[in-house]
Design a protein around this ligand. Structure first.
Ligand code: NAP
Length: 243
């Protein structure tokens, strides 16, 4: 069976390895935003398709049997394109996503629908660990009455202003390191998207330990699609289809 995995996540890479090991032909597609660091089993293609219709044409043109959307839960556009492309091409789609994080009992998260709403609620004088990625910096950096520790995988396109300190790191992160980062920088607030998964969850435990206020950005709503919440479930579903 030929499978196209829309990737950019650890789960996508793991799934490519599992399916390749089972004898399937796997193509993993990456947007190409951060550069690849770890080898991915099978074939890798990089860059946008040019929209949903073009993705549909790619699926039929390369004789893909199954499309798996294993992109990040906040990658809203490509997930919408996957749903549309599956409709247009008639090729089956499975979304493989991570369960969202939930606050531990007794933990008080502030929940926001948008980055702008979270930025507006920061109290003056806050020192914020900002882990929401390149795309969402502007509403926060507009708050010149706060300080920001901005953690990114790749350097930003333009240098940060004086009230922003850049930390370049790649997950996975450990609780001890996260706590040390927050303690040493005097962090009072953590702003994060509800990405889910284990790779970046340590910041939440560290924030709880230190009494840092968590400001959680909820996931965007996606068009309905058949969905699984682990690589194991995805493999099972695809094996059932192939047999
Ligand atoms: P997005 O806004 O949903 O997608 C924007 C456009 O980028 C898409 O329309 C598509 O272009 C292209 N694209 C996105 N993912 C692609 C993929 N896997 N293969 C080929 N083209 C892709 O996506 P995003 O939020 O910028 O995220 C980009 C990638 O980074 C995703 O693959 C995602 O898994 C990964 N990622 C995102 C986040 C996040 O917070 N958003 C965090 C970690 C990793 P065309 O329309 O031209 O096909």
């Amino acid at each position: 069976m030929r499978v196209l995995i829309l990737g950019g996540t650890t789960e996508a890479r793991t799934l490519a390895g599992r399916l390749t090991g089972l004898g399937h032909e796997v193509v993993t597609s990456l947007a190409g935003r951060t550069g690849t660091t770890n080898a991915i089993a099978g074939t890798v293609r990089v860059g946008g398709f040019g929209g949903a219709e073009a993705l549909a044409a790619y699926l039929t043109g390369t004789r893909i049997d199954y499309l798996v959307d294993a992109t990040h839960p906040f990658a809203k556009q490509i997930s919408a394109n996957a749903v549309r492309a599956a409709q247009v091409s008639g090729i089956s789609l499975l979304r493989c996503t991570r369960p969202p994080w939930r606050p531990a009992p007794g933990t008080d998260w502030q929940i926001f629908a948008t980055l702008d709403a979270a930025a507006a609620r920061l109290p003056a004088g806050a020192c914020v660990l900002l882990t929401t990625g390149q795309g969402g910096l502007d509403p926060f950096l507009a708050r010149t009455d706060c300080r920001f520790v901005v953690r990114l995988i790749q350097p930003p396109g333009t240098p940060l202003p004086a009230h922003g300190d850049l930390v370049l790191e790649r997950p996975p992160y450990a609780v001890g390191d996260e706590a040390e980062l927050m303690r040493s920088r005097g962090v009072t607030h953590l702003v994060t998207k509800n990405a889910g998964g284990v790779q970046t969850a340590a910041k939440l435990a560290a924030a709880q330990q230190l009494g840092v206020q968590v400001m959680m950005i909820e996931r965007p709503e996606l068009a309905p699609a058949p969905e699984v919440f682990s690589v194991d479930e995805a493999v099972k579903r695809l094996q059932a289809f192939a047999s």
